[in-house]
Each structure stands twice: as structure tokens, then as C-alpha cells.
Design a protein around this ligand. Structure first.
Ligand code: GRG
Length: 300
């Protein structure tokens, strides 16, 4: 990987960006006491439970790679985090993955009950679009283009399609192409959308948008392969969610189909493709490169 990656202080960058995103989310969301307080407390509970904020960081870093700025990219960064958090709340429900633990805390339905958890997810999904339309449109990317981008990534052909295919694959033999189909939609779609939205808020050129698309797609897939690996190599404490769930549910994962070593190799190959896509940005890609490197080597 490039020498720039190691010179870039990603920990400092992520701390600063996370603090900025958290302040913006706090401003964008209704106050916890706003009536009915239960729903606003539930939305905030999951949103501020301590996620890694990788998708917002990707939005901001992509914008910066295209000479954009953080304030203009913040609504998109907060919108993708709202979509992501909604998907986690719903994924943890008893009717889906039935998980008690997320982001190191009891899941939404454990704290607020199933009805409120469903509604908190619904409200965050809707909130995402209300936040996104507060972005400043650019010459190439009017509001409807931004909305379409996020709606498509979250809709029944992408995020939801991944979840449906995942549910339907339980207890069935799954091939590698089928697993890739799930990962492309369940995970890569929103990471790819994050990179693209970042570029759009910076009025990126079509060449830059293509580069961000390839970058986001490949790190999105690498992210999920690593997630599969961590499920079998890390503890629940480290992950902040229940480890070993894929094995317990006999879910198809990269390690279960090709083994751990080959899975690590595939994640590295995908990350190398993501790196290659950044070529048009030259030195402006330092944050994106550091993020890709970090995602490949993360341990939670
Ligand atoms: C719409 C219900 C519904 C689901 C869509 C996104 C999704 C499919 C399900 C969520 C659970 C899951 C395993 C998703 C795959 C993507 C992934 C690894 C999410 C975890 O992302 P992190 O590690 O989480 O960035 P934090 O908590 O750090 O933000």
C-alpha cells in the first residue's frame, strides 16, 4: 500500500470527523424531549450508541478528495448514518437476526420494546431524507439526484434486496456468487453510495464519480469479507455485538465457504482494487487511502 497511507494520521482524522458528525446529528435530530419523547429517545439511543461512523467518514473524505468541504458534505454524511443505524435496529429485531447486543449496548427492542424499535428504525429512515435535502445542491447534482442516490442504495434492489437474500439463504447451501450478491447489496451498496454522495456534494466530475463508485464498491465488499472474518476471530466484547452468530446460524460467509486464509486474501485483493480506483485523485486521496487500509486491518 502507498507510503502516504502510513504518513496520514487517520486516528486524528476520524476523531475530528466523528465529533463533527455527532454534533451535526445532534442538531439535525429532534430533541430527546420532543413529543412523543419515547421515539426521539429511541432514535438517539441507537444513533449515539457508539458506531464507528465509517460511512460518514467516507462521505467527508470523498468530498475532500474532490476539493469539496466538510460543511457542505455534512447533511449527506448524517443521512447515510441514519440509514445505516435504521438498518441495524431492524436487523437486530426478533423477526430478523434476533440480537440482544449492538454497539456495545442492549439493542433497541431490548430497551424500548419491539414496537418502538420498529418505529425508531422507520423514523431514522425518513429522517435521513429530511436531512439530505438540507444539503446545498451543486451544479451537476441537484437535490433530486442526491435523493435518488440514497433511495436507490436503501431500496428493494439494494440494501433491502441484500437482507431478503440473506434471510432466504438461511439453512441453505449458498454459492460464492450468491454470497457476493448478498454482500454487494447488504453492505457495499451503502458504502458505495456514501463515497458517491460525498463526491456529489463537491460537484465532482463524471470521471471522479466513476472512480468513487469503483472505490466504494470494492471497499464495501472488502468491509463485509472482513466482517465475516471478525465474526469468527473476535470476541463479542471487542465487536460490541454477538460474535460467532454466523457459525451458530449456519450462515454462509466467506470463511465458511473458502476458509480464513483465502478470505483474508480476497479482502486484500478487493482493497487493492479500491486503491487502484483512487488514481485520478493523486495526493488528495490520502484520507480515502488511509480509510481503505484501516478497514482492511480493523479488529472490530
Ligand atoms: C434494512 C433491515 C435492513 C437490513 C439491511 C445493513 C443490513 C441489511 C443489515 C444490518 C446488519 C449487517 C450485518 C449489515 C452488514 C453491514 C455491516 C457489517 C454493518 C455493521 O457496520 P459497522 O461495523 O457498524 O460499520 P457500526 O456499529 O460501527 O456503525
Amino acid at each position: 500500500m502507498s507510503r502516504n497511507t502510513h504518513a496520514f494520521d487517520l486516528a486524528r482524522y476520524l476523531d475530528a470527523r466523528t465529533a463533527t458528525v455527532n454534533r451535526a446529528l445532534d442538531r439535525f435530530l429532534p430533541k430527546a424531549a420532543a413529543k412523543p419523547a419515547t421515539i426521539h429517545r429511541a432514535m438517539r439511543y441507537s444513533l449515539f450508541a457508539g458506531g464507528k461512523r465509517m460511512r460518514p467518514a467516507l462521505v467527508l473524505a470523498a468530498a475532500e478528495a474532490c476539493d469539496g468541504n466538510v460543511p457542505n458534505a455534512l447533511p449527506a454524511a448524517c443521512a447515510v448514518e441514519c440509514i445505516h443505524t435504521y438498518s441495524l435496529i431492524h436487523d437486530d429485531l426478533p423477526s430478523m437476526d434476533n440480537d440482544d447486543f449492538r454497539r456495545g449496548k442492549p439493542t433497541s427492542h431490548k430497551v424500548f420494546g419491539e414496537g418502538i424499535a420498529i418505529l425508531a428504525g422507520d423514523a431514522l429512515l425518513t429522517q435521513a431524507f429530511e436531512i439530505l435535502v438540507q444539503a446545498k445542491p451543486t451544479a451537476r447534482y441537484p437535490h433530486h439526484t442526491l435523493v435518488l442516490e440514497l433511495a436507490r442504495a436503501s431500496g428493494s434492489l439494494q440494501l433491502i434486496a441484500g437482507q431478503v437474500a440473506d434471510l432466504e439463504s438461511e439453512d441453505k447451501a449458498t454459492s460464492l456468487p450468491q454470497l457476493r450478491y448478498i454482500h454487494e447489496r447488504k453492505t457495499s451498496a451503502l458504502l458505495c453510495c456514501s463515497a458517491r454522495l460525498g463526491g456529489m456534494t463537491a460537484n465532482c466530475t463524471p470521471t471522479q464519480l466513476r472512480a468513487l463508485t469503483s472505490f466504494g464498491y470494492h471497499i464495501g465488499l472488502a468491509f463485509q469479507v472482513i466482517d465475516d472474518i471478525l465474526d469468527v476471530t473476535q470476541t463479542s466484547e471487542k465487536l460490541g455485538k454477538t460474535a460467532g452468530k454466523d457459525v451458530a446460524a449456519q450462515k454462509a460467509t466467506y470463511p465458511s465457504i473458502v476458509g480464513l486464509e483465502k478470505s483474508r486474501k480476497i479482502a486484500a485483493q478487493l482493497t487493492a482494487k479500491a486503491f487502484a480506483a483512487l488514481q485520478p485523485f493523486k495526493r488528495k486521496a490520502a484520507a480515502l487511502q488511509a480509510l481503505a487500509h484501516h478497514l482492511l486491518h480493523r479488529d472490530n
